[in-house]
Structures are given as C-alpha cells and as structure tokens.
Design a protein around this ligand. Sequence first.
Ligand code: TYM
Length: 335
Amino acid sequence: MSDETTRKKVALSGVQPSGNLTIGNYLGALSNFGPFTDEFDCYYCVANLHSITVRQVPAELRRRTYEVLALYIACGLDPDKCTLFVQSHVHEHAELSWMLSCFTMFGELSRMTQFKDKSAKHADNINAGLFTYPVLMAADILLYQADVVPIGQDQKQHLELARNIADRFNGIYSPTFTVPEPYIPKVGANINSLADPTKKMSKSDTNENAVVRILDPRDVIIKKFKRAVTDSDNCISYNNGSDGVRNLMTIYSCFTHKSYDEIEREFDGRGYGDFKTAVGEACADGLADVQKKYGELMADKSYLESVMRAGAEKASHTASKTVAKVARKLGFVQI
Ligand code: TYM
C-alpha cells in the first residue's frame, strides 16, 4: 500500500502562551483537541513564536509555556497518544514560514482582521512579525500536512489564508501540502466578553470581570458570572435574548450539553440571578478536574520538560521531512 493510503489523518492546532487562558480558549479550542486523538495523528503546539509579536516579559513567557503545556495534558491530551510540543523547539517553523512568505501576497496579509485589530491596539509596535504572523501559522499547519485544524471562529480567516498558500504552492510546484480544513465547533466557537458581550473574550483583556480564566478559583468564577452584563428584560431566550444572555446560554450549553430549548424551559419564569448562578456553577464544576490535574502537573516541571523533549523530537521528525521536500522543489541544493 502506498504512503497515502496507510497514512492516518493529521490534526494540528496551537495556543499562544501570551496570557492566562480563558474559557473561550477552552470551549472554542482546547476541549475539542482530545476527541481527535483516537483517530488522528495529532500535533498540538504551544505557539510561543507567535507570542513575541507583542512585547512579552521573558520570565512570564517562559512560565506560561509550561502552563499551556500542563493545561493541554490537564484537558485530557495524553502525551503518549499525541505530539505535544513547544513551537520554538522545532526550528522548521521559522524556516518554512520564510519560504511561505514568498508565496503570500502583501494584499492578503493586509486584509487580516486580527492584524488590523492588533495594530490598532499596539500602535507603538506595529512590527513586521505582527503582519506576517498568519504565514507562521500557515507554516505550523502545513509542516505537519494537517488535514484538520480545530480552532475557534476568530482563527478562521488565518486558516483560509493557509489553505490559499497551500493551493498556490501546490499549483506551482505539484502537490506538496495537504490543504487543511478547519474544525470549528457548532457551539462555543465564539465566546464573548462578560463585560461587553459584543466583543470576543480575550486572554489579554485588562478588565478581569470580562474574562473567566480556566484557572480562576470556583468563587471567582461564580462572582464573575453574577456580574455578567445582560439587560433588564429577564428574557432567557436564545432568539429573543440580548447578546449577553445568548453568550451565557452558549457557555451553559457547552458545560451542561443542554440544548438552547432545554435551557429556556429550565429557566422559564425564573430570573437572571438564578440563571447566572447556574452558569457560574456549571462552569466551575466543568473546570474542577482540569484545575486539579493542572496543579499536580505544575508541581512536576521535570515531567513537563520530558514531554517537551519527546514532543520536539517527534515534531521535528515530521517537520524536517516537509521542509526537505519544499527545499527540493524550490531548487535549494541539498548536501
Ligand atoms: P489563541 O492563542 O489566541 O487562541 C487559542 C485558540 O482558542 C480559540 N479562541 C476562542 N474560541 C472561542 N471563543 C473565544 N473567545 C476564543 N478566544 C480564542 C482560538 O480560535 C484558538 O483556536 N494563532 C493562534 C494560535 C496558533 C494556531 C496555529 C492555531 C498558532 N499556530 C496553528 C491553529 C493552528 C492564536 O493566536 O490562538
């Protein structure tokens, strides 16, 4: 049988260690990584090269790299069943990123909404990395010949660019890259801020009441939900409720697996107070195991380092094959 027919499908994703992760990261991405590990060859990276597009405190970046890795495992990813690695440990990411940048148009990058948002937010540091960041993300994905990329809604545009780059390269040089498909969950791909439910919940938000962190203690989680912005209508309905109510219903649905209809029936005739308490409790209950496991893992740095080392080795093995293939096609002399 040829390689193509025996090849297991590949799933890949990444999370930036640039802040304390939120339930948006968890529901939109992390909690969806595990189910792929049974049938897919999975690669999940701690995307620390991406994080330096915004100025980081080095000690914090280092600490968060361990934290994201620990969270991967705490969320159920088994390092023996999938490849968990730190992006900067695999130099091929930067190498392929350069090669692909020569197949990415200035106009395409200029259209990226995240670039526009981030450059407005960091007007004093609109560096080239911020602009070419989606090329690095394309390299992350294409290096491993990923078939599917589990992500939240906000990364969809970047994934589309990765597909375009792959198609373009394949068209010029013959099939080289698998063209990846996004996996965006039906519920939870777009968790919004609790303070301004028209905006995405973001790990870099400076208003702590706007974001629920995966590692927030139970009482903090419940308090944050109690303060969540809704409206004065007392209408717990997905179709007729406000943005804030819809956001809370989504979060509740993700943690309880109840449909919106069931939620509407459950809270029929009850007020926002009851509803918000129930959402907070469901969220805290849903995160309790992850938090416990995380605590145990962070107490064992040497174990985390052994996972990093094994992951780097496995990831480099695959990544180097892709880079060699691309280099050959581009006409680089190989010695
Ligand atoms: P990052 O670190 O911002 O977010 C990690 C993942 O969490 C999802 N996410 C959300 N989902 C729902 N609601 C939210 N409020 C929310 N906030 C974040 C994101 O969509 C993402 O899936 N560039 C990426 C990291 C990355 C990557 C990759 C992803 C680097 N290389 C390769 C996929 C494939 C990023 O900044 O995600």
